[in-house]
Design a protein around this ligand. Sequence first.
Ligand SMILES: [Zn+2]
Length: 48
Amino acid sequence: MIERLQRALDRRTSATEYGECRQCGTTVDTDTARCPDCGSAEIASYTF
Ligand SMILES: [Zn+2]
């Protein structure tokens, strides 16, 4: 029961990690170095 719950939480943690361009606000992958939309290297990463 507990093991199953932890697995669900682990999956949620990795799924809620994302990056966002500081210039235009486009959501990108966390491993993206540059925004594909405006070319800015200012990527903010969030983890919830
Ligand atoms: Zn951008």
